[in-house]
Design a binder for this molecule. Structure first.
Ligand SMILES: [Zn+2]
Length: 434
């Protein structure tokens, strides 16, 4: 089949599915799957599975067993420490268009949990009001729209009578917003998204319908717990102030670390203001009374790393600053708690999967596509770092700048364009049976 004819067929099929696409989107967007705590996952799993079954896909569930919930959903285990067990189910849903074991395959996966709606909405966050071609809902762009596009892409291929020379897989995962251990992390562990089981992976995150993303920055979250000596506020010389300790630490960070992070990465991290490594203090706690120097204090850091820097590198720099403060204030001590540590991820720009989606964007939208690297972190880390699958990119319809904001919305036409690009991408990667 000529490429022009293939594009026309896909285009027509998605256009004919417009009403069903909007209906499917509203069904998914209206289920409040807030995480934490992980609300309504079984309802969502049922809805998502039934749509895939309707279009002839074989569906299976990859659910985290009860005895591993505390380990894989630690943020919820902490929420209700006295109620045991009280972690809601974590379910991932996988659908196959074609023979489950056939190769090559292409696996589209996106997360279905959403961040809590917060305040400041002008409409019901799960009401799915449509205004000017946009559907308003928490989690619409980030990133249930990607799930709509991936399933509609499979549906469109079926409707157009295009048979892939391989298998298209669509999945929806839990818990990305809290780190993804029970979602894509668990799917990788169970062998669903590894080099052995998968040829190509497209994560349908909200990174704009005309951009192709090849990596993300690293993340290190840490608390520095400081131990000083308590004393009366009128006789500070008798004690050791944890607040002064923290002040000195911040000074050493300015002196020793800041000069090392002035160079931006040449990689296209979007937005451009995120092209640096950052050491950001985000929380400080100490003291209970105005006339007492407290014994303890705590400062938290959100460290983001460009692909040129590693978690080990950042940890060593922080430890060396802490050691300097400790030496300056004999009798004080500190301990560090790390609770999120993910190295940056970057896959090769020169691979067919990237070129194919760049071509798809060009052919379907007429826009010149852009390669990006995500400022945050996402599930790509599991697939690439643990699953060892380098053929893994991110492409999806949601707009990054609307994620987690009030009045989040998803443009319907961009969701349709993405469905077309995904369908075309599957054809280009796997080939079609003529
Ligand atoms: Zn997301």
């Amino acid at each position: 089949m000529e490429r022009k004819e293939l594009i026309e067929k896909i285009d027509r099929a998605v256009e004919e599915l417009s009403d069903e696409l909007v209906d499917f989107a509203i069904r998914l967007f209206s289920i409040p799957t807030q995480n934490p705590p992980g609300n309504n996952y079984p309802e969502f799993a049922k809805e998502f599975a039934s749509e895939m079954e309707k279009i002839g896909m074989e569906v299976e569930f990859c659910e985290v067993p009860e005895d591993r919930l505390a380990e894989l959903v630690p943020h919820c285990a902490k929420l209700v420490p006295d109620v045991e067990p009280f972690i809601k189910p974590r379910i991932n849903i996988i659908g196959y268009m074609g023979d489950k074991n056939a190769r090559p395959n292409i696996h589209f996966t996106g997360h279905y949990d959403v961040v809590p709606e917060g305040t400041g909405w002008s409409t019901d966050p799960y009401g799915c009001e449509i205004r000017d071609g946009n559907i308003y809902a928490r989690g619409s762009g980030d990133q249930k729209a990607g799930l709509v596009s991936e399933v509609m892409a499979a549906y469109a291929l079926k409707k157009a009578g295009i048979k892939l020379n391989g298998t298209m897989i669509c999945s929806a995962s839990a818990d990305e917003e809290s780190g993804g251990q029970a979602g894509v992390g668990y799917m990788v562990e169970q062998g669903y998204l590894t080099k052995e089981s998968t040829d190509y992976c497209v994560i349908t995150e909200c990174l704009d319908y005309d951009k192709v993303c090849i990596g993300h920055r690293g993340t290190l979250w840490m608390d520095v717990n400081v131990k000083g000596i308590q004393c009366h506020g009128s006789q500070p010389g008798e004690g050791l102030s944890p607040i002064i300790w923290i002040q000195k630490l911040l000074n050493y960070i300015d002196q020793d670390i800041r000069p090392l992070i002035t160079e931006p990465t040449p990689l296209p991290v979007m937005p451009p203001t995120s092209r640096w490594t950052t050491f950001t203090p985000t929380m400080i706690e100490s003291g209970q009374k105005v006339n007492s120097v407290a014994e303890t204090g705590k400062i938290s850091f959100d460290i983001r790393l460009i692909p040129e820097h590693s978690i080990e590198w950042a940890k060593n720099l922080m430890i060396s600053c802490c050691e300097k403060v400790k030496a300056d204030m004999p009798g004080s001590d500190y301990s560090i708690e790390y609770y999120e540590e993910d190295n940056p991820t970057l896959v090769p720009r020169d691979q067919k999967l990237v070129d194919v989606f760049m071509d798809g964007v060009r052919d379907i939208t007429g826009n010149e596509p852009m390669i990006t690297v995500s400022p945050g972190m996402d599930d790509q880390k599991y697939v690439v770092q643990r699953g060892k699958l380098e053929n893994c990119i991110l492409y999806g319809p949601g707009r990054l700048t609307l994620a987690h904001k009030s009045d989040e919305y998803q443009n319907i036409e961009e969701m349709k364009a993405s469905a077309k690009i995904m369908a075309l991408g599957a054809c280009d990667m796997l080939g079609i049976v003529e």
